[in-house]
Design a protein around this ligand. Structure first.
Ligand code: PMV
Length: 339
């Protein structure tokens, strides 16, 4: 669906044009996040407004660091130390996003982005990247925006970025307003779970065959299973919130795994179908199920790609690692929801 409300209009509502830049350069960090209840389907494709709520856990020190300053002539972007050509698709995406914030047409930015999450191993960094960029824009310009407004701005870059402004558990409230001013992340500040871990299992580095935006659109428009997705999300959100409140690991893990499988089922029923898994993904899922049969508390979740993310308590770390030796474990800071 298309709206008449533009991202430029939203930025003008949030950002005060008369603030004067307070610093010459800034560096900000935002964590990556993994959804336990997924965002799948947009009610507005321009403003990245979701059909449903979603809930994520941030990955501690795995994420993106953004160093930002002004520069001349044109935007400059480096990624993990490599200077990118202005024709690179990543630079175009960043530059288009920066267009929303330029106070005059001669204002250009130099962005040095460093991902501490292994992107070469196929783990998405756009959420932490856009969140870190928004934090850096705010600090560079001296806007002093509150975190909800920063979350709205990050959402305009990539939907799931609105959950990357905080550590810990974050609830993205879908909101109902056409302008999306009520659609932003809210950290579960009382939720602590220091024992909870997320491990990343790399299956394949190949770029995904279809981007998440297009896959969501196709699912919403053609999948006969999509009609039941909002009900599923409603049930899973309340299960997850209760599991977090009572630190019930099996309830959390089984709900997250079922939520991810249901999201993928809606895609499989799209026309033409969307399948992000390969045979190694299936083998890894079966290994997780076997590990559980053998008494190891571990569940998986998966996003728009073939890789798995494993949920387990710290007490099972060694046993999980023995089944998945390539595991990259995040110090997911479920005990700390501060920005
Ligand atoms: O924020 P996007 O457009 O990259 O979409 C993210 C979609 C999923 O990762 C599959 C689910 C989620 O909630 O993060």
């Amino acid at each position: 669906m298309r709206t008449m409300i533009t991202p430029q209009y939203i930025v003008r509502r949030i950002v005060h044009p008369h603030a004067t830049p307070s610093r010459e350069s800034v560096t900000c960090f935002a964590p990556a996040n993994i959804a336990l209840c997924k965002y799948w389907g947009k009610r507005d494709t321009i403003l990245n407004l979701p059909v449903t709520d979603s809930l994520s856990l941030s990955l501690g020190d795995l994420g993106s660091r953004c160093h930002l300053r002004f520069c001349e002539k044109r935007d400059q972007v480096s990624l993990n130390g490599e200077e990118l050509s202005h024709l690179h698709p990543f630079v175009k995406r960043v530059s288009n996003y920066l267009d929303l914030f330029r106070q005059d047409r001669q204002a250009f930015y130099r962005v040095e982005a460093v991902n501490t999450i292994p992107t070469a191993a196929g783990f998405a960094s756009s959420a932490s990247g856009f969140a870190a960029l928004v934090m850096a824009l705010d600090a560079l310009h001296g806007w002093e925006l509150n975190a909800s407004d920063q979350s709205i701005l990050a959402r305009l870059g990539s939907g799931s970025a609105c959950r990357s402004l905080w550590q810990g558990f974050v609830h993205w409230q879908a909101g109902t307003r056409p302008d999306g001013m009520d659609s932003f992340g809210v950290p579960l500040t009382d939720a602590t779970w220091p024992e909870l871990r997320i491990g990343l299992v790399m299956i394949d580095r190949a770029p995904k065959p279809i981007g998440s935006t297009e896959a969501m659109l196709r699912t919403v428009e053609t999948s006969t299973l999509y009609g039941s997705w909002p009900t599923k999300v409603g049930q899973d959100m309340s299960e997850l919130l209760q599991a977090i409140a009572t630190r019930d690991f099996d309830r959390l893990g089984s709900t997250a795994e079922s939520n991810a499988l249901t999201m993928h089922a809606t895609m499989l029923a799209a026309c033409p179908p969307v399948l992000y898994w390969n045979s190694a993904s299936l083998n890894a899922m079966q290994s997780v199920w076997q590990a559980r049969k053998d008494g190891i508390p571990v569940y998986f979740t998966m996003d728009a790609g073939p890789n798995l993310k494993l949920l387990f308590p710290e007490s099972a770390h060694t046993s999980v690692e023995s089944r998945f030796p390539e595991l990259v474990t995040a110090g997911a800071k479920a005990e700390d929801a501060s920005p």
